[in-house]
Design a protein around this ligand. Sequence first.
Ligand code: FES
Ligand code: FES
Length: 170
Amino acid sequence: MRTETQNHLYEKENTYALTLKVNGEEKKLLLKPWVSLLDGLRDHLNLTGTKKGCDHGQCGACTVICDGKRILSCLTLAVMKNGSEITTIEGIAREDDLHPIQQAFIDHDAFQCGYCTPGQICSAIGLIQEGKANSREEVKELMSGNLCRCGANVGIIDAIMQVKNGGSGE
Ligand code: FES
Ligand code: FES
């Protein structure tokens, strides 16, 4: 069993300093190497908009945008992203102006409880930036990692199609 001093040293030796640019602001963190980006955002930066659903890479609730790409923050160690630019749901709107995807979610009633919504919105923005999905079927396929237990999927796909089609809907 370790003594108190050994514990203290162990803690100190196993803590890493990292910097993340989160929603445009530089954030300095001291974290253990095993802390996920999700826990780093929620527990250390108090950005609780990103949700923890399964914590196992299966639901998409924790999706954030990292250096322009959507990633699952529960499967990403925060230390791996030292120096990266992270956008969470808190950084999507521009002051009072909603992002077009946020507005489209409202227009299409694309949420009920809202638990999956931050991840769906970040994923939808990442999907559009990827430019891979050109049809409704492709959008469905490439959004399939984001689950919605309330069954708002039809509205979610409608909302994404609206933005992809320049706001005109399908
Ligand atoms: Fe990350 Fe479910 S919480 S995929
Ligand atoms: Fe409830 Fe999607 S709106 S889980």
